[in-house]
Design a protein around this ligand. Sequence first.
Ligand code: NAD
Length: 487
Amino acid sequence: MRAQPQASHFIDGEYVEDTAGTVIESIYPATGEVIARLHAATPAIVEKAIAAAKRAQPEWAAMSPTARGRILKRAAEIMRERNRELSELETLDTGKPIQETIVADPTSGADSFEFFGGVAAAALNGDYIPLGSDFAYTKRVPLGVCVGIGAWNYPQQIACWKGAPALAAGNAMVFKPSENTPLGALKIAEILVEAGLPKGLYNVIQGDRSTGPLLVNHPDVAKVSLTGSVPTGRKVYEAAAAGLRHVTMELGGKSPLIVFDDADLESAIGGAMLGNFYSTGQVCSNGTRVFVQRKIKGAFLARLKQRTEAIVIGDPMDEATQLGPMVSKPQRDKVFSYIEKGKAEGARLMTGGGIPNAVNTEGTYIQPTVFADVTDEMTIAREEIFGPVMCVLDFDDEAEVVARANATEFGLSAGVFTADLTRAHRVVDQLEAGTLWINTYNLCPVEIPFGGSKQSGFGRENSVAALDHYTELKTVYVGMGPVQAPY
Ligand code: NAD
């Protein structure tokens, strides 16, 4: 098997197997080939991983942030040196084209280790609070053992986006990748140890929705950071609440992307395509409700159709390929069922909707799809599809589009394309979302906070803000004189 790791789990600095766990088959989505066979973590494996993390964490927390950061920065360097190998593995894990993974996946993971490795020494300071002759000070202290649970769309990036701030702040992590993409996180764990990370601080265990609760409910776990769907988020939040554990929730979305009639048309179409077709549409922050002002609707749709039909679909390992398969058959079936609903509810299928020609029929390919004349109440305009399906809706004026854009339970992201920057700022000010873009879409460099509002979650990843979510404040009051007691 061409991507078989040494063993299923990586605990306390080494690969560990327990064949009593349920078999997880890793399937290359482009061919249907089984590329690795792993085992889900048994309760014994979960215990082993959490015990290793608990044991290793205090010594790590006692190191200076600079010393911790040096190791994370070394991990970033190794990831960059091995970018091709890691990108190929990410392509095998997910089916995403190498053209994408080579620029977007391990590289963004490396950015994360580099950023948090650098910022750790500057951003973990506390405050000095003068109180007359007395004073107080605060310390930012790590939480302890943190659990990361990942989705399948950006397996390596998610493993790093959670691991880097957690480790920089002095925590240990047990990370569970999605059962659909078990491979990438193991390599991240290996690289961290090679970079000098002491054993036990970054552990990876495999498993599915039945394994997650073993981690979330564990009494030694201080924090859970989940990337997943809203229904999973509700369950994990509820379970974490029972143990009063800290949580970060990076959940789904149905984000609006608003194109005003003065926008640069090619840029707006490019932004909408990136925000719907990149990673075969499997991006949480995608702008899947594209609101186009009526005056430019005809021109927008005509050019969008032309550009969409020119997308190169094919073998993900071919650098010319721009769109690969979906991650799995069940996910593709789900997307097809939404396409059928779109047609049945009266949306106009402009292009796509089926399986492309000239691809491996065992692969889970799907055409990039555009629906026009979508209205707010249609299922495809309300529910997260998580595939390459763009819904184009019409609008007339600013107040109307803002109200319609906000009429959703989700609040992950939003975007505005317009030449009028006053309007752009006025509109983003009113949009209910955690991450917004003006005249671009879906760019998430590590320097800026990323996360959602409303049902799309809370907490932030990336930027110094992420450190707040992996630390808590300890306040120390210092009395400098005699204690004045009334008794
Ligand atoms: P999912 O919710 O099915 O699974 C996510 C992870 O949670 C998996 O590892 C799964 O095994 C685990 N899990 C499932 N049930 C659990 C439970 N009860 N307790 C603990 N863990 C449990 O999501 P998915 O299908 O893997 O990913 C797609 C979803 O993720 C989409 O909704 C997408 O929008 C969202 N997502 C969000 C972000 C973000 O940053 N906001 C990023 C990527 C994906």
